[in-house]
Design a protein around this ligand. Structure first.
Ligand code: FES
Ligand SMILES: [Fe+2]
Length: 367
């Protein structure tokens, strides 16, 4: 744990460097990240359209933690570890609708508040007070659901900072989720995020969007990295968009440009006035990561039509594949004895620098 114990905040311009190899390959550091970052920060888990009213639920393994998110009878969101307090069997599988969360092993069941439910005629020796499901915190930002496994953690708003205000005109509540995919990569989760928070490789790796990166505005503060690029005046994609595909209510900058956001630790988006790609980044091993992408469009029949949606899916999937073709090769080289940390670009890797500082701040907090 030499790097962790010796770590001091770094100035990007004087001494900013990429992480040493141990940060991407050490099982000890990875386990510490699961506890100190994914166990204590607000993490993105899904979109509200995955729930359809009281009793609806979905499960997920986030950073190797089995969780269930459920809508209670009043429609409020609740979250629990998906672990039966008797002998650790899941209390629910997949997603769907239920009145109670029921363990198949010895048939204990729990109401939507996580309390042991005793129905008439049911013989149980369990004392309800000793058998609640273990709760987690759940909050939303618009249609985006976040959880915090630490019941002592402050509210989601602390972590979001100015983001809700900056992006309120998009009214993402009114967008429709039209497609979702899980991508898997043999890559440490931080390499994926770092690739996503720099504005450096787009020229060379992503030919289809390189033109947007001539002039970008970037901001790295609190827990987030933002990047905005105005569409070039003669941009063929932008010029060809009929008004009915554009989200209503947008101001001039939102209507005439694209934004990317990365919110520490596991949420990000790419947003244009007619499409949003929402990222859920999920460590599933020290060199294995799941990336869930949800495609959202403004909720109109024209925008949801297949002839609008299909080209958008293909376009952004291509960009994702361009990154996924690179990242495992980087992981393998970091595992080589020939790897040494490189210098961070003071202008193009401000997001990477902020991300690394946040990782280290969380990792060096007392247990
Ligand atoms: S493990 Fe769930 S009731 Fe026994
Ligand atoms: Fe990329």
């Amino acid at each position: 744990m030499s790097f962790l114990t010796a770590w001091q905040p770094q100035s990007l311009t004087q001494e900013g460097r990429t992480f040493p190899a141990e940060m991407y390959i050490s099982e000890t550091i990875y386990q510490r990240e699961l506890r100190q970052i994914f166990g204590r920060a607000w993490c993105y888990v899904g979109h509200v359209s995955q729930l359809q009213g009281p009793g609806s639920y979905f499960t997920l393994d986030l950073a190797e933690q089995p969780l269930v998110i459920v809508q209670n009878q009043a429609g409020a969101l609740r979250g629990f570890f998906n672990i039966c307090p008797h002998r650790a069997v899941p209390v629910v599988l997949g997603s769907g609708q239920c009145d109670r969360l029921s363990c198949r092993y010895h048939t204990l069941s729990f109401d939507l508040e996580g309390q042991l439910h005793e129905s008439e005629g049911e013989q149980t020796e369990a004392n309800p007070a000793e058998y609640p499901l273990r709760p987690i915190q759940v909050e939303t930002w618009g249609p985006f659901i976040f959880v915090n496994l630490d019941l002592q953690a402050g509210p989601l708003a602390d972590q979001l900072g100015e983001l809700p205000e900056k992006f309120q005109r998009y009214r993402f509540d009114e967008w429709a989720r039209i497609h979702s995919v899980d991508y898997w990569t043999e890559t440490n989760w931080k390499l994926y995020v770092e690739n996503n928070v720099e504005s450096y490789h787009e020229f060379s790796v992503h030919a289809s969007i390189a033109r947007y990166y001539q002039a970008t505005q970037a901001e790295a503060r609190h827990h987030y990295y933002l990047q905005y690029a105005a569409f070039p005046p003669d941009d063929p994609d932008y010029a060809a968009k009929p008004p009915e595909l554009i989200s209503p209510g947008l101001g001039e900058p939102e209507r005439t440009g694209k934004s990317t956001v990365s919110l520490f630790p596991n949420f990000a988006w790419i947003v244009r006035p007619w499409i949003a790609i929402i990222y859920l980044i999920d460590p599933q091993g020290r060199s294995r990561t799941r990336i869930r992408w949800d495609w959202l469009v403004p909720d109109s029949p024209t925008a949801r039509a297949a002839d609008n949606v299909q080209p958008l899916i293909e376009f952004f999937d291509n960009i994702q594949q361009e990154d996924l073709n690179l990242l495992p090769a980087i992981q393998r080289r970091i595992e080589s004895s020939g790897y040494r940390p490189g210098r961070l670009s003071p202008t193009r890797e401000v997001g990477t620098h902020l991300f690394q500082e946040l990782v280290m701040r969380y990792l060096t907090r007392p247990d």
